[in-house]
Each structure stands twice: as C-alpha cells, then as structure tokens.
Design a protein around this ligand. Sequence first.
Ligand SMILES: Cc1ncc(COP(=O)(O)O)c(C=O)c1O
Length: 350
Amino acid sequence: MSKFWSQVVRELEPYVPGEQPQIDGLIKLNTNESPYPPSPEVIKLMTHDAIDRLRLYPDPNSKKLKNTIANYYDVTAEQVFVGNGSDEVLALLFMAFFQQSKPLLFPDISYSFYPVYCKLFGIEYKTPTLRDDFTINFDDYASENGGIIFPNPNAPTAIGKPLAEIEALLQKNTESVVVVDEAYIDFGGETAISLVDKYPNLLVVQTLSKSRSLAGMRVGFAVGNVDLITALDRVKNSFNSYPLDRLAEAATIAAFEDDAYFKACRDKIIATREWTVKQLEALGFNVLPSQANFVFVKPSKNNAAELAQKLREHKILVRYFGAARINEFLRITIGTDEQMQRMVEVLKSA
Ligand SMILES: Cc1ncc(COP(=O)(O)O)c(C=O)c1O
C-alpha cells in the first residue's frame, strides 16, 4: 500500500493465475495448457521476414483473422471480435455490457476472474449455488439481472451444459446479455455459436490457449450479434487499438487453417482424459464428468492439499484452490500419455 495508490487500486482483489515455475523436467498440469506444440504451420511462420515486419503496427481490426474465424464458424466477419487472450475479451465485455443497475449472475463455483472484473468495474453480482453434484441449475437464473455469464464446460468443475439447455435459458432471458465462456468447448461440448443469429443478446467467447496450443500467444475472440461486437469495438478502441500483434494474428490464422492437426491433438487429449479418469476411479477418486482438457477430482483417502504437495515433490504440478465447497478437490490438466502415466504411478504410491 502506498499513498500514491488510487482508491480503486486499494480496493482491488487481483486474480492469481496458476504458477509458471521454471523447473527442469516439470510435468505441468496446473493451468490447462496443451501438452502438444502449436501446428507446424504456426512454427513455419516465425521467419526473419515476419520478425522484420514487427517494426510496423498490426492491422488494428485484425481483418484477415476475423475472416478466418468467420469462415470457420459460418458467421460474418462483422460478428467476430478478437482480443489479447479471452481474458482481455472478457474484461472488455464486462465493461461493455455488465455495468448495469441490476446484478450480474454467475455460478458460485466458476472462473475466478469474474468477481475480479466485477470489483474492477464496480459491477454488482450474485452467484447462484451449483447443485450438490456441481451442475449449474438454470432455474436460478430466472430473476431480473444485468447479465449472465458462465463457462461451458464450467471451470474448474469441467462439467458441460447441453446446447438445448442454453437455448432454453436464452428463450427466457431476453433483456440482458448472456455470455457463454467456451474456453474448453473443443474437448467435448457443443458450441453456442450456432445460436448467435437467433439470439441478439448472446455472446460466445473462445480462446486459442487450450485446444490450439497457443497460450503463449494470447489470443481470444467473441462471436455475437453485430451490435454487441460494435460495443466491444468501442471499448477496445478506447483502451488499446492493437490488442493482437502481427505474429499472434498470423499464428492464429495458421492454427485455424490446419484443422487436421487441431483435431488430432484434441482427439489425443480426449483419449488420454478417458484413460486418466479410469485410472483415477480405480484409485478411488471421485472424478466429476469432464468435457474439458482437465479433470476435477476428490481423492478418497488423502487430503487434497497434501496430495498436491506430494505430487509437487515429484515435479508434478496440479492446481489446488482451497476455496469453499471445493477444498477437497484438485484440478488436473490432461497432459501427454507419458505424463499421466507418471502421475498415476506417483498417486499409487501416495
Ligand atoms: C473459463 C476460462 N475462461 C477464460 C480463460 C482465459 O483464457 P485466455 O486468457 O488464455 O484466453 C480461462 C483460462 O484459464 C478459463 O479457464
């Protein structure tokens, strides 16, 4: 605390991201990154030529990238917004849509950045409780609200919602913006992008950080009605005209174009997840049904925090939150087969 801090800074409760330690041989299963490298097409782009062009500003509207995303999802480029990681897209949309006189609604157990943005932007919010089985109950979202946001699949539970239930929510909730945060949708869920033409208040947010192996590039995007995208552009152009650098834009285009590589990595991760779930269940863990590239698990005999520490001693990093209702759980990112085999070996001896 310093006398130079503004009142806003004094009152902030910043988000704490998962650790990024520099430890040789570390098996890193704590921040839901892909264990596989980006597409070889992305790697080919990192030429001297591309680096030389870094002296020039990028296209502030990332037009080529928007066209690529629009083609991929069968929408128009005007329905696409891109940002520096989906965290930035989320921050801008909280400002654009959720500063309302009624409270924003999101699940009590959910992405822990949401309350941080609320605090930053002075947004009132309510957090309906997940059911005992950790699923979202959309009946709890029927009250008047200044917006609704939830991840699908939810984080950190990994549990997905069927598209039909999301559509039923949209049919009932027409007076505020509904945001579906699809950071993990590629690992088994069904995207709500197909609904954006039907529901002008729906915004779908995705990231290149998980299923497309580009967490280090920081690229996220939103798809929705043109009016919502215009609002996001207005906020973005009042904050940072160039959120995506030239390499990030080119890499994202290449990642979308190499669909075969994307699908191969995604399928491998899903297969490894299914193997891991079986192993963990055989060890007595309670594993919540996962549609994501991570599993949320409760050990049967060990204390979760102690188990995370034990794994760490074996250079395996997983995420322990220690928050109310989930302090007996660990979130484990799905790595390669070899990494998961190693983790299971260590758990057997724990
Ligand atoms: C639910 C959810 N949304 C958004 C993000 C942000 O992803 P990024 O900023 O890397 O695009 C994450 C990252 O872990 C997440 O779990």
